[in-house]
Design a protein around this ligand. Structure first.
Ligand code: MG
Length: 335
């Protein structure tokens, strides 16, 4: 058996054999003595004292393998990040896999291995899951849903806490995930162009930043890129945000691809970066700590002001322009 068959989703013996094989990849299947994936019961259990943050997302990225990761790594990191940017520590995850009949088993295993490895590296238990098979042509290869649960130690960080006088920090170069997927979708050899997705958990960045400063707002600039994230923070916080293009870190090859295709790099998704809004007097310290921890492109890119909820970009040529929310389908199936 080297390909997924409809029978693998049928709930019978074939499914049980396949799932046993796939389960063997997962090592952290429960939190403490709770009921987890091992039990194959109807659900998992958790005992939680205090507040939790929970987030769910479905991943449909095309292609499913790309430089820097695959749909499995993305599905784990993406939902971990949504919980982490809210100030929580991810502890447990659930996944739902919908697979197209005919997907090579080796590919499925590689995807699950990436998903599991990413969760394990973050000490996140994969406590429950679901597996379905769809007939050939009814779905494109694989769709993964992940739900991540995190516990809140101090306070929840939202998109709405930015205050005038705050500074805006980005944790690294932007647009790499979006540029990589965009390149692959239009037939450019991303690897040859040295394009690589930035897909990875941002939990460590959050921990470092939280230790130095009270974070007023945080968000991972995924779909819609930095432009969308800044607009959301400005709108929800009721503030104006001024950013300086000169300080926004963008890799040369991402910039070149964007210029060639007429795409704004500020619209392209990141999958391993965070936008942090902190008080002006601690912003330098946060950036210094991130840089010395290896996030060498972390930068202060702008500041929060009193005013209408606009994002104003000071361009490289010195002019000012409104940085608007992206419209239309920038890159389909980016995540
Ligand atoms: Mg998010």
């Amino acid at each position: 058996m080297s390909k997924i068959l409809l029978a693998h989703g049928g709930g019978g013996r074939e499914m049980h054999e396949l799932l046993r094989e796939l389960f063997s990849i997962v090592r952290k299947t429960k939190v403490g003595n709770e009921i987890g994936l091992d039990e194959s019961d109807d659900g998992a259990s958790l005992t939680i004292n205090g507040r939790i943050v929970i987030s769910t997302d479905s991943y449909t990225v095309s292609p499913i393998f790309f430089p820097g990761g695959n749909i499995g790594k993305l599905a784990a990191a993406g939902s971990i990040n949504d919980v982490a940017v809210m100030g929580a520590e991810p502890i447990a995850a659930l996944d739902g896999l919908i697979v197209e009949e005919g997907l090579p088993l080796a590919e499925l295993k590689e995807i699950i291995k990436s998903l599991v490895t990413t969760f394990e590296a973050e000490n996140v238990a994969l406590i429950a899951g679901d597996f379905k098979v769809m007939p050939r042509g009814k779905i494109d290869k694989i769709v993964i849903n992940t739900t991540v649960i995190g516990t809140v130690k101090d306070h929840i960080i939202t998109d709405s806490g930015a205050k005038p006088g705050d500074k805006v920090i980005v944790s690294g170069t932007i647009g790499e995930h979006g540029a990589t997927i965009l390149a692959l979708q239009i037939g450019i050899d991303a690897e040859k162009e040295n394009l690589k997705s930035d897909c990875e958990p941002i939990t460590r960045i959050m921990r470092i930043a939280k230790e130095i400063a009270k974070i007023h707002a945080a968000k991972d600039p995924t779909r819609g890129g930095l432009a969308m994230t800044l607009n959301e923070i400005a709108e929800k916080s009721g503030v104006r945000i001024d950013v300086d293009e000169e300080y926004i870190p963008i890799r040369e090859n991402v910039r070149a691809l964007c210029e060639m295709l007429g795409v704004d790099p500020l619209w392209l998704a990141c999958e391993g970066r965070v936008v942090l809004v902190v008080s002006g007097d601690v912003a330098e310290d946060v950036v210094d700590s991130l840089r010395s921890a290896g996030y060498k492109d972390a930068s202060i890119i702008g500041e929060v002001r009193k005013g209408k909820p606009y994002v104003v970009l000071k361009t490289l040529s010195g002019g000012l322009r409104l940085l608007e929310k992206p419209t239309g389908e920038i890159v389909p199936r980016i995540c």
